[in-house]
Design a protein around this ligand. Structure first.
Ligand code: ATP
Length: 344
């Protein structure tokens, strides 16, 4: 074990420093867009991965907004103690209108330069990576993206940090809804997050044993759904329909209004909303966050930039930032089939 540590140190000091971009001395890390459980675990991994490699680390608060305002804090290994299990983000997050302008990005780049920050790790979703792409292109900032969003809608990674926790939170809530649905012989329309994608809805639908799932990727055929519900009504006293918020009718409320007489069920609507964003990250999310955080630091040290680090089939992968938001990750057709087989 001791030998292994010495070997690691040797690799770090002699391999990384001698043969890669040895100008990297200080890096910045920030979280941006919607918060996601596991962001803290990722910040911790970035900080400790950087310190292990002899780098200084600065935390940028409130995402791009804080970058523009110069809200930088020095981070040490102990600054990230006791956060691996916490939801949200200790660095805070924000949506920044100023950063969408060339002037805003120039101010942010100027602040990075003044603080001697040589590279950035951006933890966020597709919007964050659009901003990161611009910052890298316009101001030559070395930047690595880490997928942190509950939506799982980023091309270039099988899973995003926060997704597993969000799915588990929703399933736990629906297990409770199922108890009341069964007791009152009711139909429940349950709305889950997913403005543009049905990843959460599909996984939640299968694992909560729901009867029907409506997602943004496909048009909901109302007469087919009415027919299916009428079929359910013949042999099931209660039912659950999972509706992604971006479903084409406009979510659970609008969909419920379109279904004639709810096939005879007494029905209720439940919007799970922001509870899906919070809470203790699952072990799977903590592991993914830890792995990707350290891989992002390694990538900066290797001289990579303008890429997102992800995990595909269990292996670390790198995808150009631009592809993460220009290419679309599609829903697994086999899962869709599974949902329809199991809901009969
Ligand atoms: P989530 O998927 O959880 O919503 P996100 O990263 O997609 O996370 P956004 O609010 O879309 O969240 O983006 C975060 C921030 O990135 C925005 O507030 C904005 O400052 C910046 N951003 C988004 N799109 C662009 C763009 N086209 N150009 C420059 N900056 C952008």
């Amino acid at each position: 074990m001791h030998f292994k540590r010495l070997l690691n140190r040797f690799e770090t000091e002699f391999v990384n420093v001698s043969f890669s971009t040895n100008y990297m001395k200080k890096i910045g890390v920030f979280t941006s867009g919607g918060d996601a459980p596991g962001m803290n675990a990722c910040v911790r991994a970035v900080v400790r991965g950087a310190i292990y490699n002899g780098l200084e680390v600065v935390g940028i608060q409130y995402g791009y907004e804080g970058m523009i305002e110069g809200r930088f804090v020095d981070l040490q290994a102990r600054s990230v103690s006791n956060i691996i299990q916490r939801g949200g983000t200790i660095l805070r997050t924000a949506r920044s209108e100023q950063f969408r302008t060339p002037e805003g990005r120039a101010r942010a780049a100027g602040n990075l330069k003044d603080a001697d920050i040589d590279g950035l790790v951006a933890i966020g979703g597709d919007g964050t990576f659009q901003g990161a792409t611009r910052l890298a292109e316009e101001h030559n900032v070395a930047i690595i993206g880490v997928p942190g969003t509950i939506d799982n809608d980023l091309f270039g990674t099988d899973y995003t940090i926060g997704y597993d926790t969000a799915v588990n939170t929703a399933v736990e809530a629906i297990d409770k809804i199922r108890d009341t649905a069964a007791s009152h012989d009711r139909l429940f329309y349950v709305e889950v997050m997913g403005r543009d994608s049905g990843f959460i809805a599909l996984d939640v639908g299968i694992t909560s044993g729901s009867e029907h799932i409506a997602v943004p990727e496909t048009q909901t055929n109302i007469s087919e759904l009415e027919e299916a519900l009428a079929g359910s009504k013949r042999h099931k006293s209660s039912a659950i329909i999972i509706v992604a918020e971006g479903e084409e009718s406009g979510g659970a409320l609008s969909l419920a209004e379109r279904i004639k007489d709810a096939a005879g069920y007494d029905y209720r609507i439940c919007v799970l909303g922001h509870i899906q964003r919070g809470g203790t990250p699952t072990a799977r999310d903590r592991l993914l966050a830890s792995r990707l955080g350290v891989a992002a630091v390694d990538a900066l040290l290797e001289g990579q930039s303008g890429v997102m680090v992800g995990e595909i089939h269990g292996k670390i992968s790198f995808t150009p930032l631009k592809e993460t938001w220009t290419k679309r990750k599609s829903i697994d057709k086999d899962l869709w089939r599974l949902a329809s087989i199991l809901s009969t």
